[in-house]
Write a protein that binds this ligand. Sequence first.
Ligand SMILES: NC(=O)c1ccc[n+]([C@@H]2O[C@H](COP(=O)([O-])OP(=O)(O)OC[C@H]3O[C@@H](n4cnc5c(N)ncnc54)[C@H](OP(=O)(O)O)[C@@H]3O)[C@@H](O)[C@H]2O)c1
Length: 452
Amino acid sequence: MTAAGSPTTPAPRRVRVALLGCGNVGAALVGLIRARHDALVIQSGAELELAGIAVADLSRPRPPHVPVDLLTADAAALVADPSVDVVVELMGGLEPAGQLVRAALDAGKPVVTANKALLASSQGTELRALAHRRGVDLLYEAAVAGAIPLVRALRESLTGERIDRVLGIVNGTTNFILTRMAEGGAGYAEALAEAQSLGLAEADPTADVAGHDAAAKAAILAGVAFGYDVAASDVACEGITGIDAALVAFADRLGHAVKLLAVVERVSAAGGPASPADAGELSVRVHPALVPRAHPLASVNGAFNAVFVVGEAAGELMLYGQGAGGLPTASAVLGDVIDATRNLLAGTTAPTPERTPARLHPASDLTSACCVSVEVDDRPGVLASVAAVFGDHGVSIKAMEQHDGPDRGQARLVFLTHHARMGDVSGTLAELARMDAVEQVGPAVPVMEGGA
Ligand SMILES: NC(=O)c1ccc[n+]([C@@H]2O[C@H](COP(=O)([O-])OP(=O)(O)OC[C@H]3O[C@@H](n4cnc5c(N)ncnc54)[C@H](OP(=O)(O)O)[C@@H]3O)[C@@H](O)[C@H]2O)c1
């Protein structure tokens, strides 16, 4: 009963949330929604209620806070349930996640997802267009850098900015491995094994160490920061599997840290910086790089992520934090769920600026100084013949160090080149790999210029 004269407060509207997936992130999200119930009513303007939780295996044990009565193996029926208002996709993978997201958007239900693989696949453009046509949100703050509020910052706070360059350490597994190699002098295999033992790397680490995860994130960043439609398959990608301890130590002596970078930048047709009057071409790539110690990205260590943004008027910005993990990622997902709920109640959507196809600049046309590690037979004449291959491709050597190789009779040569066309450096490495005296050739690792 209401006291005479006191205003009645209408009960908040109930917004029913379908959760697809209850793994690392999904289970953490369930915990946050339950623990923050009252605060979420204030934040979102609605009572968020879990309508159901789709999983693959109903018999799998769940954390105690997960309400087992809400579990279902029929994700499609959950999405189609007319009482569901918002769909949160945390299953991962392309299918059935893609079909389910499409079905939800088609039914006019906002979708929140952390699925970088889906968004950076050929389906990403189609799903964004579908959300636009249906006038509903498709939000994905957690897909690029976990808890780091990056997508919203680029899409909203920096919406008036011309972004010229985004450099990201967006994969915690590889950053942990490279940090261990630098700080502990560990070899690649040893550092990877340590990451696996700490749960920071999968049993099959390929998606992380080959750079595919970072490539999907670079593609998403190209869209959010530059307004271009780019798929992961468009991203020139080199991982860290060929990085050895000698190269990391050499970089350290030069005053650099080796980092796996996702790079999205405007360049002129000739490969230099694009002029302010010119949209330029877009270079989208993932590769290990020598980052000068004075640059803020060089001190991003362990499993942390950071994204460094250079805007024409805003200058340099860096966003830093936990790029993965169930709870940090669920925090970003929850932010999107609140946004989607507010927008739903207000009959609006988050801004979705139009995207255009990108004019991509070939990575082979860029120029840079590079570091290269080559394992060779340790016998007279080999060094001279290896050096000659660099010269034949027009790549000039600035410095070289020789170390003992992994086996007797082998040597490891680490080269620093002068500025060269990346295509010519790749040609050099391909020819070196064909030489009898060469056992192994590492990747070309560009040297980033400037303190920031
Ligand atoms: N983990 C992170 O740190 C992180 C960070 C950023 C983004 N993300 C993204 O977040 C998403 C979820 O990641 P996660 O680490 O939570 O994955 P996860 O632990 O592997 O959980 C996946 C969940 O999806 C369910 N599932 C899989 N296939 C299904 C199907 N066909 N039908 C119904 N349910 C299905 C699984 O069910 P069962 O439990 O029954 O197997 C599981 O509950 C992914 O897109 C990932 O890329 C993750």
